[in-house]
Design a protein around this ligand. Structure first.
Ligand SMILES: *Cc1c(COP(=O)(O)O)cnc(C)c1O
Length: 393
């Protein structure tokens, strides 16, 4: 599916980067081949994932939740149990370890809600690297606790005051920094996005989710799931779990943020009303205006609030190997509350989108069927904002 010569998945992906970045991207490609694919690296990475991040994560059958929605057997892959509370640490540890092996002492990253910034700052603190995180000033204001955590961990947070002052603008600044400093600096990109080889690199570090869960589920149930459901922001947790099932007779379902309406600017559902274009070095589905300007997006969950989607998802959509749809803010919030009350698990609002879709299709299945949901993160981070908006009463 990935063509390493064209650096694309079908027509999607590629390296739409300025000349000045091509050297950095080429060095990274070489490092992936020589370092990441070596057995030494893989051994060291698994050690860190096990003893620092908390892998393998549990697989939990949620019988009360299933009973409440009259569903079949439902299993959650518990990425919420990882250190820092989400799957992002899988990628952050992988890339920071790679940075260290490449002899880079400084790591930069972009962050929106702060979860990827936090994971990167964490991995850098542990591995003895300098972390500098780019974040829009609008996001800095609404995600104060994560800014304070990053600073506590020794990271420097750079306020980005250009454009919409959110994630997209933070990526622009990080790319600018990287093109000037790639001799000393690695850019730890947070999702399966951006110019090649980032989509491939991030998917590689998240593949552990699918590898683990396939074995766990087969051991528990002796069967494959009917469907695997994951939320899709940039697409890293989804591709992480989908990969292991690509060649199996299993439905792969990606859930985007339906926000609060169907108009451009009210959601982040790239496959609903987006069209192919180039953003941040990559040809993929984007939310854009008729004139090709990047549209604004909206979602109750900051992690899904981004105008582009990873190129491998664009390819899986085009080939109809995976199905993509969206659920609204309200539906996600209902699922958020139901899982908390029935199972004692507070899901991230992002992951709640996958749970919400499961609620709408559950009745279509036989009681012995299995549905597998990737619980990408925990919801503690979402409580302050939900409380402030009065959405939990
Ligand atoms: C960042 C985030 C996401 C969205 O990112 P993907 O790259 O699409 O996985 C989903 N869930 C949680 C908990 C996140 O922090």
């Amino acid at each position: 599916m990935l063509n390493k010569t064209t650096k694309r998945y079908g027509e999607f992906g590629g390296q739409f980067a300025p000349e000045i970045l091509m050297n950095a991207l080429q060095n990274l490609e070489t490092a992936i081949e020589s370092l990441v694919n070596s057995s030494d690296f893989q051994q060291e990475l698994s050690f860190l994932l096990q003893h620092y991040a908390g892998r393998p994560t549990a697989l939990t059958e949620v019988k009360n939740f299933s009973r409440a929605i009259k569903g079949p057997r439902i299993f959650l892959k518990r990425e919420d149990l990882l250190h820092t509370g989400a799957h992002k640490i899988n990628n952050a540890i992988g890339q920071c370890l790679l940075a260290k092996k490449m002899g880079k002492s400084r790591v930069i990253a972009e962050t929106g809600a702060g979860q990827h910034g936090l994971a990167t700052a964490t991995a850098c603190a542990y591995l003895g690297l300098t972390a500098e995180i780019y974040m829009g000033t609008v996001d800095i204001k609404r995600q104060r606790p994560n800014v304070e955590k990053m600073q506590l961990l020794g990271a420097k947070v750079h306020a980005v005051d250009t454009g919409a002052k959110t994630l997209k603008d933070a990526v622009n600044e990080a790319l600018r920094d990287w093109s000037a400093n790639y001799n000393t600096t690695h850019y730890c990109l947070g999702s399966a996005l951006g110019p090649y080889p980032f989509p491939q690199l991030v998917a590689k570090f998240q593949a552990i989710i699918g590898q683990e869960v396939k074995q766990q589920l087969l051991t528990l149930t002796q069967q494959l799931p009917q469907a695997v459901i994951a939320c899709v922001g940039g697409g890293s947790n989804a591709i992480g779990i989908f990969q292991a099932f690509l060649d199996d007779p299993v439905q792969l379902i990606g859930i985007e943020a339906g926000g609060h309406g169907n108009q451009l600017g009210e959601h982040a559902a790239r496959f609903l009303s987006g069209s192919p274009g180039v953003l941040h070095g990559c040809y993929t589905y984007l939310l854009q205006t008729e004139a090709g300007q990047i549209a604004s997006t909206a979602s109750i969950s900051a992690g899904l609030d981004y105008p582009a989607v990873g190129p491998q998802h664009a390819y899986l959509h085009k080939n109809q190997r995976a199905y993509y749809t969206a659920v609204s803010d309200t539906e996600a919030l209902t699922a958020f509350k139901l899982l908390s009350r029935t199972e004692g698990i507070i899901p991230a609002l992002e992951s709640s989108h996958a749970l919400a879709y499961c609620m709408t299709i559950a009745h279509q299945f036989h009681p012995n069927d299995c549905l597998l949901i990737n619980l990408s993160g925990r919801g503690d981070k979402d409580l302050p904002e939900l409380l402030a908006k009065g959405l939990l009463s």
